[in-house]
Write a protein that binds this ligand. Structure first.
Ligand code: GBH
Length: 482
């Protein structure tokens, strides 16, 4: 008989969302435009005709959504602030919008009244459009970090008395690569994608990466210096990145390729941010002069910017096969091919409702342990979830029977418990992605990651089976000190 391994007392858990994916009300309360407003309204469409104008209308329905959170038993809730609601034009000399502040105050106070701990992401991909127009947004390393620092300052000042958990950026890899290499996300720049008229895939993502790293560092250093002493909060960043196994486990070159792929995904940001070190040597070797340098004063700032935790967004794993030469259009993945089957034809996991995601909980455990050993910070899983096979074509009645998602959560929480109990990995919390079906960026509204079904005609919310599962699992598993 097998008994479930337990999770430690104090393990925090809940659900996650992001502003543009759920809020809607894009023209209300003095909100300024973001790069996603513009991107979603391009013709021809690059988001399957979808936009965030209404989304889940969370802006008006947040009480109802927080009722769901309470019903689901969540202890914590991770959401993001739309920068352009707080500072509509974005810049450090631009006015603060009190109506935007009031909206997030309402969210925070409503959560606290329910006993739910707020976790705020400052940046989940929605740069104020004005900053992009003014100086190129993240392409301008000097300007963007000063504007981000001031935005962070306003958030700490106005919300930090009640909010103790901060995430600077969500997935800087996606921001850089999807925004500036493939062009699949806003602002949609690329020199290899036919739909894009501007961009340079070879150079821009690396510049943007540096802007994000330094913006993060400024925001953290500011928190450490001015706010931590009185607010006593925690701050970190959420990085994405799959785990990679070698395609041929007997081939040393594939083993190196797997490790290199993870360095290109994670080390790119984690080396400077968690270790105050330069980018991984394999990146320097392959990318040469295209990779910006850190000056002595950059390193000084990185050292001041000590974080409390590693936020991990984990969805899937892959196999990595070495190449002789990087492919021109995808040299940002590190001179490898990525595959979902290994050389013996074994799949990395069971297929989900999106092509890029297969359920790989055993590799999740390896991933947690590798990241913990390398970067040495407690891990909070800030996103984990999936769409069920065929869910995009289901009506509500069918979609609520989300057995695949139920198993996915069970298996992934199992992996977390094993990483803690058997590998000595420190994992302190878990957020399922996502509370609601929502705007899945360039995939539009068909791909559903929610534990709550949203009918986009009526905006009616219906809990799926998986919604109550976490409460059940976590209640069973968390050790209680007596
Ligand atoms: C997260 O990104 C985001 O933080 C969240 O907003 C999002 O809703 C969630 O995932 C679910 O996708 O189709 O081959 O081009 C996770 C990173 C970015 C991984 C998009 C998959 C698509 C690969 N994901 N990527 S492909």
């Amino acid at each position: 008989m097998t008994v479930p391994v337990s999770l430690p007392a104090g393990f925090e858990w809940g659900f996650a969302t992001a502003a543009y994916q759920i809020e809607g009300a894009v023209d209300e309360g003095g909100r300024g435009k973001s790069i996603w407003d513009k991107f979603c309204h391009l013709q021809p469409t690059r988001t399957k005709g979808a936009n965030g104008d209404v989304a889940c209308d969370h802006y008006h329905r947040y009480e109802e959504d927080f009722d769901l959170l309470s019903t689901y038993g969540a202890q914590a809730y991770r959401f993001s602030i739309a920068w352009s609601r707080i500072i509509p034009l974005g810049g450090r000399n631009d006015p603060v919008n009190e109506s935007g502040i009031a909206f997030y105050n309402r969210l925070i106070d409503s959560l606290l009244a329910r006993g739910i701990t707020p976790w705020i992401t400052l940046y989940h991909w929605d740069l104020p459009q004005e900053l992009h127009d003014r100086y190129g947004g993240w392409l301008n390393v000097t300007e963007s970090q000063l504007d981000f620092e001031r935005y962070a300052m306003v958030c700490y000042e106005r919300f930090g008395d009640r909010v103790k958990n901060w995430i600077t950026f969500n997935e800087p890899w996606i921001v850089s690569i999807f925004g500036y290499a493939t062009g699949g996300n806003a602002p949609g720049r690329s020199s290899t994608n036919e739909q894009c008229t501007e961009g340079n895939t070879a150079t821009e993502p690396w510049i943007v990466g540096k802007a994000l790293i330094m913006s993060h560092a400024r925001a953290v250093a500011l928190y450490n210096k001015l706010f931590r002493p009185s607010h006593h909060g925690r701050i970190g960043i959420s990085l994405n990145g799959d785990y990679y196994e070698p395609w041929d486990s007997h081939d040393e070159r594939d083993k190196a390729a797997a490790e290199r792929r993870m360095e290109f995904h994670i080390g790119w940001f984690a080396n400077p941010i968690f270790l105050a070190q330069d980018y991984p040597p394999c990146m320097r070797e392959q990318l040469g002069e295209r990779l910006p340098k850190f000056s002595p004063s950059d390193f000084a700032l990185l050292r001041e910017a000590e974080v409390d935790f590693y936020g991990m967004n984990y969805y899937t794993s892959q196999f990595s096969r070495h190449r002789e030469q990087p492919a021109l259009e995808t040299d940002f993945i590190g001179n490898v091919d990525e595959l979902q089957e290994n050389c013996e034809g074994i799949s990395v996991g069971e297929k989900s409702g999106v092509h890029w995601l297969r359920s790989s909980p055993d590799l999740f455990r390896k991933h947690l342990t590798r990241v913990y050993n390398l970067y040495g910070k407690p891990i909070y899983i800030t996103e984990n979830g999936c769409p069920c096979p065929g869910e995009d074509r289901m009506r509500c009645k069918e979609a609520v029977n989300d057995t695949y998602r139920v198993n996915y959560f069970k298996d992934h929480l199992d992996a977390v418990a094993k990483a803690i109990c058997f590998d000595g990995t420190v994992v302190k919390g878990y957020f399922a992605w996502s509370l609601l079906d929502n705007l899945e960026w360039s995939d539009g509204y068909e791909v559903r990651f929610g534990v709550t079904y949203v009918d986009y005609d009526t905006l009616k919310r219906t809990p799926k089976k998986s919604a109550m599962l976490l409460k059940q699992i976590l209640n069973e598993r968390i050790q209680v000190d007596v």
